[in-house]
Design a protein around this ligand. Sequence first.
Ligand code: SF4
Length: 614
Amino acid sequence: MPDIVLATLNAKYIHASFGLRYLMANLGGLRGRACMAEFHINQTPLEITEAILLHEPRIVGFGVYIWNVEQTTEVVALLKRIRPELIIILGGPEVSYETDGQEIVALADHVITGEADVKFAEVCALLLDTGNRKPDTGKEEAAHLSEIREPHSDSRGKDEAAPLSGIRYPKSGIPKILPAELPALTQLASPYDFYTDEDLAHRVVYVEASRGCPFTCEFCLSSLDVPVRAFPLDAFLSAMQRLLERGATQFKFVDRTFNLHLPTSMGILQFFLDRWRDGLFLHFEMIPDRLPEQLRALIKKFPPGAVQFEVGIQTFDDATSKNISRRQNLERLADNLRFLREETGVHVHADLIVGLPGEGMECFGRGFDRLVALGPQEIQVGILKRLRGTPIIRHDAEFAMRYAPHPPYEILATRDITFPDMQRMRRFARYWDIVANSGQFTTTLPMLWDTGYRKADTGKDGGETGFGIPDTGKKEAAHLSGIHEPLSNSHTADEVFPLSGIRYPLSGIASPFASFLRFSDWLHATLRRTHQIALQSVAQGLFDFLTGENGADRATVAAALQADWNRTPGREALQLRGMPAAPAHLKPAAIRTARRQARHTQLPVRGEDKTVTL
Ligand code: SF4
């Protein structure tokens, strides 16, 4: 039986825990006395507790994150009830800051804050050596821990209980809160051999070539990770080679700024390009305003849909950017996004955040419209979260920032966005994900702001290249300046929307934001829910809204929906109320691109369930 169980609750089965594999790899001589136990947050705490206890461990280490802290707290509480002597060690971003007052911290024996890769092994070695007895002085063991710093300011001295948190030094005499010094990346053992063949075949493989971020966005935990540190490139690429040889195809880079250091970015891209094979998929996070010519040339060589860039934009508003200490060059950003969309096959997933200090609905909407015009295949509308340790709290008073008290600590209201409007934006984000980001309605979606409708009128079946960027071959279209005359009752700049009260100053231009917000409000009023919606119901909703509320031609809208529907072969014909069903006609094609990305490239998606629920 292993002495140490390394456990975590992943958000989904498909996410293999990177942190656990790092801890395992760096256990040194203790590795043979440890095992990993991965769960997901939809399993019951009792089930997880039972599985952990089956190993009869002496120590359980938990990776604690914003998505699992509530469930992990329940598991720790159960473990302590059943086996009070079991030593619980916590680590991870959710317990690395503001530990005082956290229920899970009060329940645990030790908390390692910061990067615990090496520190966890040190603490385990000491605990297993000494057992769980109370030392004479309470200080000897602590002295063996290399470079243990002064306890966290909110921790307490030995035998002293914090009156509010109940935090108490455990009997081992080792401080409860143990800040980990930054490990030298050259010294870290590689975690990649701890991906099993099952992981490589069925789960996303996380990899990293660097840690940290040089930027200082106040909402982001990575802004605290200074400086940026890189893994030795040769050793990293050797590890990637082994993964490729073992059959890995999906690589998700967790580096916060993949394109920060040009030689490294180019070395990695060239490495994968040289070994390219059908089915490979690479995901990178990039800063959007840095894409030098050499990198562009390399990116162009990848096949369509094979590379995904997650582009954090967050806001287009200068004043808001300044409020959150975010620096970005919007002109270069726009130029780079245009390059990616027009000259490469890269799948672009761009992020915006609702609820940043100083940004109201109208301001956010202008940014959203600018982003739609730049044509990324996906726009993630994130709701601001107040992550522990981040300096964004300095704005709480001035901008009346009200966050939910429980994870994921999302913003509820600000000086500039009321609670009801924030709720609308939550629904907007969810419906945008279902309708737009899913890639299920690429032809129909732009009809919401009318261009797709007009194009369909001309006999072309949409030909969209992204969100409503019509494939007219004219660059102006990409800036929404070439939009055809709006439908008579579509929502243009000079109109004040009755539901939102938002006025758009961009005269003569239909606003995707306002149009979709109106659809989102209508859909919610109709369905009264945002989850468990059958795809057929979404299609019917689009049909009813476009033909009823917007007065669009029924046959044209039905044809657009049918084209979207048929893109996934094998489905029964779409049945729209009051319209005859057309037969499905597309045949499966031999493609291996990731499904969601394939939809955005307008390729038929192979073998998908015809009764999709979103
Ligand atoms: S949001 Fe992105 S650029 Fe800003 S600090 Fe975080 S990782 Fe760095």
